[in-house]
Design a protein around this ligand. Structure first.
Ligand code: FES
Length: 154
C-alpha cells in the first residue's frame, strides 16, 4: 500500500533536486513533520544523501522532525511582534517547556513552532495555541497561558 510520502513523490516524478524544499513542505503539510523514513525516501528519489537533506531542512526553521504535541504553540516572529518583544516571549516559552522551537516536550503535550506574521499585528506580540490566539503576551501572562493548558489535562 502506498503511503502519503510515496504519493507526493509520484506527483513530483519528473522533479529534480531543486524541488527538494517544495517536496519537504508538502510532506510536512501532510504528515505534520518530517520523519526519518520520509527523509530517506525523498533522498532515494532525488538522489540526495539523507544527511544533506537534514542539513538543508534544518537551515529553514519551518521544518520539524518530531510529531507536534497535543498543544502546538506557534510564536509569531513577524516584524510587529518582534518590535514588541517576541524574542523574549519565545525565550520564555522555551524555558518554561524545556524544549526549543521545532521540538516537542517528552510527554508529547507541547510543541513550539516559530512562524512569520500570523495576521494579527494589532495584538502583538501574539502566540497561537492550536489556532487559538493569545494577544499582547507578556512573560507573566505566558506562564498563566501554559499553566491553563496544563490544568486542562490534569
Ligand atoms: S507580526 Fe505577529 S501577527 Fe503580524
Amino acid at each position: 500500500m502506498k503511503n502519503g510520502v510515496t504519493e507526493i513523490l509520484e506527483l513530483h516524478s519528473n522533479s529534480g533536486r531543486d524541488s527538494l524544499i517544495p517536496i519537504l513542505q508538502k510532506i510536512q503539510d501532510h504528515e505534520g513533520f518530517l520523519s526519518e523514513s520520509s527523509v530517506i525516501e525523498v533522498g532515494k528519489k532525488l538522489d540526495i544523501p539523507a544527511s544533506k537533506i537534514y542539513g538543508v531542512a534544518t537551515f529553514y526553521n519551518q521544518f520539524r522532525f518530531e510529531p507536534k504535541g497535543k498543544y502546538h504553540v506557534q510564536v509569531c516572529r513577524g516584524t510587529a511582534c518582534h518590535v514588541l518583544g517576541s524574542a523574549t516571549v519565545l525565550e520564555k516559552i522555551e524555558k518554561t517547556l524545556k524544549v526549543k522551537a521545532g521540538q516537542t516536550t517528552r510527554d508529547a503535550m507541547f510543541s513550539i513552532e516559530v512562524v512569520a506574521c500570523i495576521g494579527a499585528c494589532g495584538l502583538a506580540p501574539v502566540i497561537a495555541v492550536n489556532g487559538e490566539f493569545h494577544a499582547k503576551v507578556t512573560e507573566d501572562s505566558l506562564g498563566e497561558i501554559i499553566e491553563n493548558y496544563r490544568t486542562k489535562e490534569a
